[in-house]
Design a protein around this ligand. Structure first.
Ligand code: ASP
Length: 345
């Protein structure tokens, strides 16, 4: 039987000062069914630890809306993890406040191995951005492992005038508050990128918060908002299909799946370098042997050829399997908390 519940408990790199060189810790198509309805709910591989864990489906909280990049990455790895564990990894979207609502829910969950969180850079920016954060990203979680690191892209509605990044930035400076920028709320990667652009240009834009960049990109395609900066895991399809105007990718190298999209450095903004890491977490106090079971399943997912292929189509790759560890996440998280408190504090 499932153990009784424990008592409920409540590579961004940046160059100094105004430069926006950031490897931000870091998330479509046809994936929405994988985790929730991808099998009969039982699985077949029958993985698990010596104590029988897991014996029930595992809820994975995504702290943003369905259809966005964090959701996409989660569903990609949840499918092979479900097969490996012999139970379903069931994705729950718990949106709000730049990812802090979902993260807070997992921090307060029973540490029994049956509630997890897949989050990105927001884990490291929230302590600086929120005075009243209901959780401590270091103390209240046991990291399971890193998952992926995703480039970002700067995009706009397809009929926005500027044709190059230089022209776009001049347009933003000229039009300021008249330009709407879609974000997933304070602390989200998209909002962080918007902040960094504002900081770089010395301008205030009209930021429009959504529950996630899945719904945000729908509005960008529809022309309801002007500009967005978001992970390739959310923007690749719309860029390739010409549904949005793409200006640059925010990594030092071009993305193989978007070969025509120049880098921010090529466009004349070498300091604007951003990518977004994602990691899987359990609530602090989750039994070590259960975390090890999850790490084994995550490692399998990271090497799954279908995951590698689908991530490549979306401009990213799984992290090396050695990074499916508590230590890899803990190190990254602390580095990033320190970095962002300096940049945003
Ligand atoms: N990409 C979003 C962000 O700005 C979150 C999401 O919808 O996955 O952080």
């Amino acid at each position: 039987m499932r153990r009784p519940s424990s008592p409920s408990r409540t590579s961004l790199r940046t160059t100094p000062s105004r430069s926006v060189a950031v490897v931000a810790a870091l998330a479509s198509v046809g994936l929405l069914a994988t985790a929730c309805s991808g099998s009969d709910g039982g699985g077949s591989a029958g993985g698990g630890g010596g104590d029988g864990y897991p014996e029930d489906n595992i809820e994975v909280v995504v702290p943003f809306a369905a259809g966005g990049p964090t959701d996409t990455v989660t569903r990609l790895v949840a499918d092979p993890m479900s097969s490996e564990l012999g139970v379903q990894m069931v994705v729950q979207n718990v949106e709000g406040a730049g990812g802090t609502v979902g993260a807070g829910q997992v921090a307060a969950a029973d540490p029994d191995g049956y509630t997890l969180l897949l989050h990105h850079i927001g884990m490291s920016t929230a302590p600086t951005l929120y005075d009243d954060l209901a959780y401590d990203p270091v103390e209240d979680f046991t990291p399971v492992g890193l998952v992926t690191e995703v480039p970002m892209t700067i995009i706009a509605r397809s009929d926005l005038e500027p044709e190059t990044l230089e022209e776009l930035f001049a347009y933003l400076q000229e039009n300021g508050q008249d330009v709407t920028v879609a974000t997933a709320g304070v602390g989200a990667a998209s909002q962080l990128c918007a902040q960094l652009i504002q900081q770089e240009l010395g301008v205030e834009l009209n930021q429009v918060p959504y529950d996630g960049t899945g719904p945000a990109i729908a509005d960008l395609v529809g022309g309801q908002v002007d500009v967005m900066c978001d992970q390739t895991t959310n923007t690749s399809g719309q860029i390739a299909g010409g549904e949005v105007k793409a200006y640059a990718v925010t990594t030092p190298e071009r993305v193989e799946s978007l070969p025509d999209l120049e880098t921010t450095a090529e466009a004349g903004f070498p300091d604007l370098e951003i990518s977004v890491w994602h990691a899987l977490y359990a609530p602090a106090g989750t039994p070590e042997e259960d975390v090890e079971v999850l790490q084994g399943a995550l490692a399998t997912a990271l090497e799954d050829p279908a995951v590698v292929e689908q991530m490549a189509e979306l401009g990213t790759a799984p992290v090396p399997v050695e990074e499916a560890t508590t230590e890899a996440v803990s190190t990254r998280l602390q580095e990033q908390i320190d970095l962002w408190s300096g940049v945003l504090g």
